[in-house]
Ligand binder design. Structure first.
Ligand SMILES: Nc1ncnc2c1ncn2[C@@H]1O[C@H](COP(=O)(O)OP(=O)(O)OP(=O)(O)O)[C@@H](O)[C@H]1O
Ligand SMILES: [Mg+2]
Length: 606
């Protein structure tokens, strides 16, 4: 029976709808692709940024965004802001949060009069609001989203962000580092190429990345940053300095919060005006101070210097100098501060780029990446490259490591290698995936193991192709296929899981320190493997041998060789017996060959 076509396939109308979300500490944005170009979605009344704030109205209902921002003044203790600073973190890592925080079952809790919430719940409310805004323009079936996170977010902060998105019913196509998203926006929209430094100073985080943009490839060279350094810290500096100047030691949480909000207004005003009149009443003391950018720069030296230090370290670690950097891309609202712009400019002796709005650039890049991952545009020819920090390989006979993807390989990457069996009639092979720079499996990190069943065949006949593929998220997929039977098995692992930068550098240090010893051990294992193979093939020949003296001779050597295999670790002795055995095998082959010729001739005479 043949199939009947029901309707014309219309891939154009069936395009998957995707969004890019910049989930910021202070503000969040959502973007999508309109007629091939990324565009920010309007939140409401011509505004494209939504304050990342959650609060409660007089009826106790949760309000999010602009409405919650208004509450920040009226009811600060029931207004949850900067939740990105809390997500995936432990109580012991936090200080200076304006709401009461506790720990329950290793989960942080934020206390308000309207209930107790964890940071994942609050982030999910923000994400859900953004998703609903997108639905209004794009329709209900949004395929998925790319959500940006600071490059310096660790595994638990990333996982918590993913959890928040899942609760909000968002299919996360990828978490993308914020500076990389900015580079994508510049690379794609402006066709820029070369080495770029991305300086991202937002409300709560500072991120610094160096990327190489060339022919549609985005290669991350270095990332540095601090998840607790942003506009908020400049505000805190302003407040602390003024309190000190007016000798105010005691201040209620509410007053401090109000002062911080005034400091923020002052700082933002100083981006457009020369000075700001800071007026505030506290404990019967009237603060009345005119502040300007010079004063702000003076009291912010520690913060400015800290960001410039990250720049220096990133350059040093990548063996680059200021001259190698083609341009500096400014990202984040706090880079609008003249004191930041001017300091970065004088460090590089070059004006940083602000062609794309620093507020929007991350969300625009996320939308471009989401569109790429949707699979809508197979003709898009740009890639995002990162590197896999340690070598990945599999265990081969004798406990040795066969390296498949060497360290520092650009990801995504794909490599494959063919293997065979060692023993006759083997019915399964074990694929043991290891990570590390050492020659022996026992010194490497075991990532996963799986078994591939194969039909019994003589040793050396099966052809097992092992394919290693690392995707752009760093997930390793290993597939093993037996060529003749087409049987296959596969497994996915995240090689970087649970590994800190320090662990990685320790692994590398160990491999350098033990290189000589490892190579020696490797030679012994390889020599033993050769000898083992020879013993196997000679053992078969013994069974077929008619000449009794010859048989005894071979047996004698096999027993001797087996003893050496078990008890010796001297390369010389192993190589010596291997040589003797292989000469013996050669002699047997030659004499068997002569006998066959003789028999053949005799048969011919008959
Ligand atoms: N004109 C301005 N002058 C000075 N600072 C500004 C200006 N506009 C915004 N900011 C500051 O930018 C910060 C918010 O930046 P942005 O919206 O990029 O942060 P975010 O993306 O929410 O935070 P993060 O990237 O840290 O998660 C706030 O501290 C705000 O005060
Ligand atoms: Mg940001």
């Amino acid at each position: 029976m043949s199939l009947i076509q029901i309707s014309e396939s219309d891939s154009k109308n069936n395009k998957r709808k995707t969004i890019g979300i910049d989930l910021g500490t202070t503000n969040s944005l959502v973007a999508y692709i309109k007629n091939g170009k990324p565009e920010i979605l309007e939140i409401s009344n011509g505004k494209y940024m939504m304050p990342s704030i959650v609060s409660f109205n007089s009826s106790g209902d949760m309000v999010i965004g602009e409405l919650a921002l208004l509450n920040q003044y009226k009811d600060p203790l029931n207004t949850i802001s900067s939740v990105k600073r809390l997500i995936g973190k432990d109580l012991s890592e936090l200080n200076n949060y304006h709401c009461k925080l506790t720990n329950k079952n290793n989960l942080l809790e934020i206390h308000t009069d309207y209930g107790v919430f964890n940071p994942i719940q609050i982030s999910s409310e923000i994400l859900s609001t953004l998703k609903n805004i997108a639905k209004k323009t794009l329709g209900s079936n949004i395929f998925g989203a790319v959500i940006t996170v600071p490059a310096y977010f660790d595994d638990s902060q990333r996982q918590a962000t993913r959890d928040a998105a899942n609760i909000a019913g968002i299919n996360v196509l990828r978490l993308l580092n914020e500076p990389t998203a900015a580079a994508i926006a510049y690379g794609i929209e402006k066709n820029y190429e070369g080495l770029y430094a991305i300086y991202d100073l937002g409300g709560g985080t500072f991120d610094l990345s160096i990327l190489r943009l060339s022919k549609g490839i985005f290669e991350v060279i270095a990332t540095k940053g601090n998840t607790s350094l942003g506009g908020n810290d400049f505000d805190m500096n302003i407040v602390n300095n003024i309190l000190q100047e007016y000798s105010i030691k005691e201040i209620s949480i509410t007053s401090k919060h109000e002062m911080l909000m005034l400091a923020k207004i002052a700082r933002e005003t100083l981006s457009k005006k020369d000075c700001f009149k800071f007026q505030f009443n506290i404990n019967n003391i009237h603060i009345d101070k005119i502040i300007d950018n010079e004063w702000l720069e003076n009291i912010s030296q520690n913060l400015i210097k800290s960001t410039i230090n990250y720049l220096k370290i990133a350059l040093q670690e990548s063996n680059l100098t200021i001259k190698d950097i083609k341009d500096i891309v400014m990202v984040g609202g706090a880079t609008r501060m003249p004191i930041i712009y001017n300091n970065v400019k004088s460090f590089f002796s070059k004006s940083p780029l602000i062609d794309i709005d620093p507020d929007k650039v991350v969300a625009l890049g996320a939308a471009l990446q989401a569109d790429l991952l949707s699979g809508n545009n197979n003709d898009q020819k740009w890639l995002l490259l990162d590197v896999s920090p340690l070598t990945l390989g599999i265990e081969v006979f004798g406990g040795l490591v066969e390296q498949i993807i060497p360290r520092n390989s650009k990801i995504p990457t794909f490599r494959s290698q063919e293997f065979t069996t060692f023993r006759d009639g083997q019915t399964s092979i074990e694929i043991h995936i290891v990570q590390g720079e050492r020659e022996l499996v026992e010194n490497c990190r075991s990532l996963a193991k799986f078994k591939l069943d194969i039909p019994p065949m003589p040793a050396g006949i099966p052809r097992i192709t092992v394919k290693f593929q690392i995707d752009a998220d760093g997930i390793l997929d290993v597939i093993a296929i037996e060529k003749f039977t087409k049987k296959e098995c596969h497994i996915s692992v995240k090689p970087s899981y649970g590994l800190s930068k320090k662990d990685i550098s320790n692994i590398l240090k160990d491999s350098i320190e033990n290189k000589e010893m490892d190579l020696q051990k490797k030679s012994i294992v390889e020599a033993k493997n050769n000898l083992n193979k020879l013993i196997f093939s000679l053992s078969d020949k013994v069974l077929l041998e008619n000449d009794l003296t010859q048989k005894q001779e071979i047996d004698k050597y096999i027993i001797f060789a087996k003893d050496i295999l078990e008890n010796s670790s001297s390369l010389e002795i192993i190589q010596d017996i291997t040589k003797k055995l292989s000469n013996l095998a050669k002699n047997i082959f030659v004499s068997n060959f002569h006998n066959s010729i003789k028999n053949l001739n005799n048969n011919n005479i008959d």
